[in-house]
Design a protein around this ligand. Structure first.
Ligand code: GAR
Length: 202
């Protein structure tokens, strides 16, 4: 069984979806959840799910990202993960860290990459007048939100959408997409998958 560590900064709904998927005949198991924010809601949720957790607060390290990442690597080393899933992890990782986990680190991003890397993706999609939006799971490479795409899920933008209403619609799809991509990735299947909810009402 492949050992999966999940990194998060917030509420951890994607973490919960990933953890719940890794049971039974799934080829991997969740071994550790790490947050850069000791107060992250996702840490409490992980503990409730019986997963080991660690907090590595980035703030004492100031701008010294490598010192922060040394601590992060040390925390990860305790559980010897094979793979890292970034799930709402809001710190930029250095090229050294990315290189250390090359081919073994996935990220979920709330846009249809290559559209809207970075922050405020839902507001940007609305401001641009897009008719569809979604999320992407990709391998992490040095360039932010840019690695090889492993899967995308599309949702319609609806009349009267706000960034929050659109984010909620996308998040439902994140919870479908990420577990599906992870399951395939651990058995070596990197063929991109495409989900959508456009027809789910019919
Ligand atoms: C998710 O929408 C995820 O795609 C996004 O943060 C949210 C975390 O929610 N990630 C990024 O913006 C990465 N730059 P969660 O904590 O409930 O999974």
């Amino acid at each position: 069984l492949r050992r999966v560590a999940i990194l998060l900064s917030g509420g951890g709904s994607n973490m919960v979806a990933l953890v719940r998927s890794m049971t039974g005949d799934h080829p991997s198991r969740p071994v550790l959840v790490v947050s850069n924010d000791p107060q992250a809601g996702g840490l409490a949720k992980a503990r409730d799910l019986g997963i080991h957790t660690a907090a590595v607060d980035h703030r004492p390290f100031g701008r010294d990202r490598s010192a922060f990442e040394s601590e992060l690597q040390a925390a990860l080393a305790t559980e010897e993960p094979d793979l890292i899933c970034l799930a709402g992890f809001m710190r930029i990782l250095t090229p050294d860290f990315v290189a250390a986990w090359r081919g073994r680190m996935l990220n979920i991003h709330p846009s249809l990459l290559p559209l809207y890397p970075g922050l405020h993706t839902h507001a940007r999609a609305l401001a641009n007048g897009d008719h569809e939006h979604g999320c992407t799971v990709h391998e992490v490479t040095e360039e932010l939100d840019f690695g090889p795409i492993l899967g995308q899920a599309r949702v319609p933008v609806e009349q009267g959408d706000t960034p929050d209403s659109l984010a909620a619609r996308v998040l439902v799809q994140e919870h479908r997409l990420y577990p599906e991509v992870l399951r395939r990735f651990v058995v070596g299947d990197r063929t991109p998958i495409h989900l959508s909810n456009f027809h789910s009402m019919t």
